[in-house]
Design a protein around this ligand. Sequence first.
Ligand SMILES: Nc1ncnc2c1ncn2[C@@H]1O[C@H](COP(=O)(O)OP(=O)(O)OP(=O)(O)O)[C@@H](O)[C@H]1O
Ligand SMILES: O=C(O)C1=C[C@@H](O)[C@@H](O)[C@H](O)C1
Ligand SMILES: [Mg+2]
Length: 158
Amino acid sequence: MGAGKTTIGKLLARGLKLGFADSDSEIETRTGADIAWIFDVEGEEGFRDREQSVIDEMTLLDHTVLATGGGVVMREANRRVLSSRGFVIYLHATLDEQIRRTRGDRNRPLLNNDDPEAVLRELFAVRDPYYREIADHVIDTDSSSPKVIAQRLLTQLP
Ligand SMILES: Nc1ncnc2c1ncn2[C@@H]1O[C@H](COP(=O)(O)OP(=O)(O)OP(=O)(O)O)[C@@H](O)[C@H]1O
Ligand SMILES: O=C(O)C1=C[C@@H](O)[C@@H](O)[C@H](O)C1
Ligand SMILES: [Mg+2]
């Protein structure tokens, strides 16, 4: 969360002259409700079911940069379709930077609690190996703006 998937994804798509899609936005559009509502009413598992079905469809799109939700790697089925159908970029951010970027944003239900820092730390420990497992490319996002990172990706990608 807060690595910049949505922000950098859009810029990268523009630079590559590809379409852009975001699985979180697509889930909200299809459900007719925001992510916080889905977590409230259906729980995290309900959200993950919706996410899995959207990821399965959206990884079949051609000519598209797809930004996922941060927890997408938690299901093996998602990891499988992302790595077999796509070129996967892991936008790496340190915990401190994630905390700074997600502060005050209320549409991330997993962080709506007394200790969002501890949650981010725990999620990072569990997820980082999965991100690395499926990544074709890893880029650090801490010390540059989204625009510079997108430009760097344009020169680095095959
Ligand atoms: N490289 C960066 N430097 C500074 N701020 C950034 C950078 N990348 C993203 N941000 C800011 O951090 C916030 C979160 O970014 P964004 O929504 O793109 O993250 P995300 O990876 O899509 O998160 P989520 O997993 O919740 O969808 C936004 O306010 C964005 O402008
Ligand atoms: O990291 C996560 O588990 C999440 C990240 C967001 O993109 C959303 O998909 C949702 O808030 C869950
Ligand atoms: Mg996002």
